[in-house]
Write a protein that binds this ligand. Structure first.
Ligand SMILES: Nc1ncnc2c1ncn2[C@@H]1O[C@H](COP(=O)(O)OP(=O)(O)O[C@H]2O[C@H](CO)[C@@H](O)[C@H](O)[C@H]2O)[C@@H](O)[C@H]1O
Length: 476
C-alpha cells in the first residue's frame, strides 16, 4: 500500500515526546513488510540530521482561501524511509517546536493548518497515489476534512482513506476561527464552530475514516465521560470506527544488550552490568554510590498528565525512606520550580535534571531499580516498556496503556512485571511505592526473578504494525 504518514515530530529529526518515537518506528515497520510509506513533517530550525536534505520542490504555490503560500520541500532518508520536510521558515524557523518554552506560539492554528494542507498538496505534486493518509494528533486533525472538501477530485488523493491516531487527546488544538483566516474560507461547517472556535482534533475524529487510540484501554476510556477529555459524545458516536492498538517498543534503540549510550551492556542471563550502570547513574546524579539503596528513576515531560499533582506533595515522604530518586524532564515552569526546590533541599537523595537528554534518559532507564510513572492519564506510555526491557520495574497507575502493559505483583504474582495502583491520589501512590521498596529489601531473590522476567516481556512494533495493516486493508 502507499501510505502517507503525517506527523509534527519524528524521532531523529525533531522530538518533544512519545509521538516522535511512534512516527519513526511505525513507518519503519511498514517499510519492512513492503509498503511504500513516506513521512511528511515540518522542517524546523531545530531539526537534526537534515544537513544533507535534498531540495525536491522549490517555491511551490499553495492557494488557501485568499492566502498564497510559497514553500519548498526537502527530502531526507530515515533508515530507508523517505521523509518529506515542509520548508516554510515563517512558521517553522523558531527556537521551539510548539512554544518558546513558556507559551504556545500564537499562530499554532495557522502553522499546522498550513502544514496539513501542504502534506496533501505535496502528495499531489509528487504524484504519490495515496491509499492511506495516517494522521497523528491535533496537528494533522484537519487533513481528513481538507481531503474531503478540496481533494475529492484529485487523481492521486481521491481514493485515499484517512486514519487518525490519538496519542494524546488532552491536546486538541482549539483556535479562534478568525485567527486562521484561510480556514474561514475553506468551508468549515457551521456545526464545527463552537463559540467562534474550531477544534482540530474534533474535526479529525469527525472526518477520519478510522480512529486509533494508542492502547485498547485508552480506546475504552475515550468513550467515557471521565477519560475522554470532554469529547465522550463524539468518541461514542464513532465507536464503530474507533479501535485501540498498543504501541510497540523499538528494541533497536532500547536494548540493554546493545545500547551504546549506557556504560556497560547486560542481559537477563547476565545482570552484572546493571549494577555498574546504577553506580554510574549515581555518580552522574551526584548521589552516594551505594548498590544497596533502591533507586527510583523517572523520565517524562513535566506536565499534569504525568501525575505531578499527587506526586509532588509526597516526594518528601518518599525521601524519608532509604531511597534515591532521579528525575529528568522539561515542561511546565511552575511544576519545574516546585520540583527543583524539593531537589535542592534533598541534594543527597533526589537529583532533578531539568533538561532533554537522550543519553541521560537511557542511563536512568538502565541504572534505576524502579521506574516511576504515576500518570493521571496515559494513552499508551513508552517509558514503562523501555524500563521493562532494562529490568527496571515500573511503578504505574492503572490507566490507559500502563494498565495494558504492567502486571501488579500483588494481583498476579506469577506473571507480575511491576507495581500498579489505582486511585489518582497521593496516598495510593505512596502505598504503592512503599510496597515496591519493601519487596526490594525483603525479597531480593524474587526481585531478581521478576526483573529478569520483565526483560523478556516484549512489545514488538511488528505486531502493532500488523494490526494497523489489517485496519488499513479493512477500508481499502
Ligand atoms: N527530558 C527528556 N529527555 C529525554 N527524553 C525524554 C525526556 N522527556 C521525555 N522523553 C522521551 O519522550 C518519550 C515520551 O514518551 P511517552 O509515550 O511516555 O509520553 P508522551 O506523553 O510524550 O507521549 C504521548 O504519545 C505517546 C505515543 O503514542 C503515548 O505513548 C503517550 O501515552 C502519550 O502521552 C520517551 O521516548 C521518553 O524517553
Amino acid at each position: 500500500m502507499n501510505i502517507l504518514f503525517v506527523s509534527s515530530e519524528v524521532e531523529d529529526l525533531a522530538k518533544t515526546g512519545g509521538l516522535a518515537d511512534v512516527a519513526k518506528a511505525l513507518p519503519l515497520s511498514f517499510k519492512s513488510v513492503g509498503h511504500d510509506v513516506r513521512i511528511v513533517t515540518p522542517l524546523y530550525q531545530t531539526s537534526s540530521n537534515v544537513e544533507h536534505a535534498k531540495t525536491i520542490l522549490t517555491n511551490v504555490t499553495l492557494h488557501a482561501g485568499d492566502s498564497l503560500y510559497h514553500y519548498n520541500v526537502k527530502q531526507v532518508d530515515l533508515h530507508g524511509v523517505t521523509v518529506y520536510l515542509v520548508d516554510y521558515p515563517d512558521y517553522f524557523f523558531r527556537k521551539g517546536i510548539y512554544s518558546d518554552g513558556y507559551h504556545a506560539y500564537d499562530d499554532n492554528g495557522e502553522r499546522y493548518a498550513f502544514f496539513s494542507m501542504a502534506a496533501l498538496h505535496l502528495a499531489q505534486l509528487l504524484e504519490f497515489k495515496t491509499d492511506i493518509i495516517h494522521c497523528n494528533d491535533w496537528h494533522t486533525g484537519l487533513i481528513p476534512f481538507y481531503l474531503k472538501k478540496h481533494w475529492s477530485n484529485s487523481e492521486y488523493l481521491a481514493e485515499a482513506k484517512t486514519v487518525l491516531s490519538v496519542h494524546n487527546g488532552a491536546f486538541q488544538g482549539v483556535f479562534a476561527l478568525d485567527s486562521v483566516p484561510f480556514l474561514q474560507k475553506s468551508g468549515v461547517n457551521y456545526e464545527d464552530i463552537h463559540h467562534g472556535n474550531i477544534n482540530y482534533l474534533k474535526i479529525g475524529v469527525q472526518y477520519a475514516t478510522k480512529i486509533v487510540a494508542v492502547s485498547p484501554s485508552y480506546a475504552q476510556e475515550l468513550q467515557t465521560d471521565l477519560g475522554s477529555h470532554h469529547m465522550g459524545d463524539l468518541f461514542r458516536s464513532r465507536s464503530q470506527d474507533l479501535v485501540g492498538i498498543i504501541n510497540g517498543c523499538d528494541y533497536t534503540q532500547w536494548n540493554p544488550e546493545t545500547d551504546t549510550m549506557i556504560p556497560t551492556n547486560y542481559s537477563a542471563e547476565d545482570m552484572n552490568g546493571k549494577a555498574f550502570c546504577k553506580a554510574n547513574l549515581q555518580q552522574h546524579s551526584h548521589l552516594p554510590v551505594d548498590g544497596d539503596i533502591p533507586l527510583i528513576g523517572m523520565v517524562c515531560r513535566i506536565t499534569d498528565q504525568k501525575g505531578f499533582s499527587y506526586l509532588i506533595p509526597i516526594i518528601k515522604n518518599i525521601l524519608h525512606h532509604n531511597v534515591q530518586l532521579v528525575l529528568i524532564g522539561t515542561g511546565d515552569p511552575e511544576l519545574v520550580r516546585q520540583i527543583q526546590s524539593i531537589s535542592d533541599r534533598h541534594r543527597n537523595k533526589f537529583f532533578f535534571m531539568n533538561d532533554f537528554s537522550l543519553s541521560f534518559s537511557h542511563l536512568v532507564t538502565a541504572g534505576s531499580d524502579f521506574f516511576l510513572m504515576p500518570s493521571l492519564f496515559e494513552p499508551c506510555g513508552l517509558n514503562q516498556m523501555y524500563s521493562l526491557a532494562y529490568g527496571t520495574l515500573p511503578i504505574v497507575r492503572a490507566v490507559g496503556g500502563l494498565k495494558d502493559t504492567v502486571i501488579d505483583l500483588e494481583a498476579d504474582p506469577i506473571n507480575a512485571n511491576g507495581f500498579v495502583f489505582d486511585r489518582p491520589d497521593s496516598e495510593a501512590l505512596l502505598n504503592c511505592i512503599r510496597k515496591a521498596l519493601l519487596f526490594y529489601h525483603e525479597y531480593p531473590q524474587t526481585f531478581d526473578i521478576v526483573r529478569k522476567k520483565s526483560i523478556q516481556t516484549h512489545f514488538n512494533w511488528h505486531d502493532s504494525a500488523m494490526k494497523y495493516e489489517a485496519l488499513y486493508r479493512s477500508i481499502n
